[in-house]
Ligand binder design. Sequence first.
Ligand SMILES: [Zn+2]
Length: 51
Amino acid sequence: MNLAHVLDGLRCASCGTLNALWLDLTRALVECRECGQTALILTDTDEGRSP
Ligand SMILES: [Zn+2]
């Protein structure tokens, strides 16, 4: 069973690679397959906002 979903149109904030991010529902995080950068999705409430 594959619970990973590629996030089309999103760019990695760490390495800048487009379409390299995938959503891992089993671990509730987003991971970049290029640089390995991960980010939890449950606590991300800043989507669409700039600091
Ligand atoms: Zn990356």
